[in-house]
Design a protein around this ligand. Structure first.
Ligand SMILES: Nc1ncnc2c1ncn2[C@@H]1O[C@H](COP(=O)(O)OP(=O)(O)O)[C@@H](O)[C@H]1O
Ligand SMILES: [Mg+2]
Length: 235
């Protein structure tokens, strides 16, 4: 497999302003942060503080109004649409609170779906089966999302996000719709991926207990990072 993997993401002087209805909303104000591969980073903060916007801008799903984002030496803002799509496929996985599985596809088809339009150097079906097994759901391969619990659906979404083994995984409140034990299971899968693949994991959460298990805690308020505490912060 072509190996593109970046060790750091550098966010420099990033702002994001939404201008709808003639009223501008500043979602991000002058964010400067460096994320390290091999770490699990939690982002916390009140609703509306810019957590999702930051994750989307860092994860290349949205573009900043000003500032730059580098994955090692690659400045994301300089990539043309096609190269950005390739870069995202090679480097980035995303999961969301609402799972966003395709309702008419089985678990296995959902996991395989990102690979279908792509040329890859491995067998797509075996890879998808491998990932479904990795999240402990090989027995659900033919189940539709409507036939699975919330926790199972999120594990399928995780398998789909990881199917091309990205070096970065971004998760926006991945446990927000789950009970405590399913939330813990999801967190343990993120941790397992970081351990086995040395990937960088960045997740937004309102769950203090999960946040306390991260290697690093970034706290946001009003579009700014108000604290950034590295490994070992929890005594
Ligand atoms: N697409 C959008 N258009 C206009 N305003 C937005 C949009 N997305 C987010 N915002 C605003 O940006 C701010 C940050 O939102 P968000 O990043 O979703 O915060 P959080 O994820 O911390 O709840 C909020 O004031 C929100 O209303
Ligand atoms: Mg949000």
């Amino acid at each position: 497999m072509r190996s593109i993997s970046s060790a750091h993401i550098q966010v420099r002087d990033v702002t994001k302003t939404y201008s709808g209805d003639g009223v501008g909303t500043t979602a991000l104000e002058n964010i400067n942060v460096t994320l390290n591969k091999g770490e699990v980073t939690a982002i916390v903060g009140p609703s509306g503080s810019g957590k999702s916007t930051l994750l989307q801008v860092i994860g290349t799903l949205d573009i900043p109004t000003t500032g730059t984002i580098h994955y090692d030496e690659v400045e994301i803002g300089t990539l043309k649409r096609k190269r950005l799509a390739d870069f995202r496929f090679d480097c980035i996985g995303f999961i969301f609170q609402q799972f966003h599985l395709l309702p008419t596809l089985t678990a296995l088809e959902n996991v395989m779906s990102p690979l279908l339009p792509r040329r890859v150097a491995y067998d797509k079906m075996s890879r998808a089966e491998e990932l479904l097994g990795w999240v402990g759901l090989e027995h659900k391969r033919t189940a539709l999302p409507s036939q699975m619990s919330g926790g199972e659906q999120q594990r399928v979404a995780i398998a789909r996000a990881l199917v091309n083994q990205p070096s970065w995984l971004f998760a926006d409140e991945p446990t927000g719709n789950l009970d405590t034990s399913n939330g813990e299971m999801v967190f343990q899968l993120l941790r397992k991926y970081q351990k086995e693949y040395g990937s960088g994991i960045v997740f937004v959460t309102h769950d203090q207990h999960l946040a306390s298990q991260a290697d690093r805690l970034i706290e946001m308020r009003d579009g700014r990072v108000i604290s950034d505490v590295p490994k070992g912060w929890h005594a």
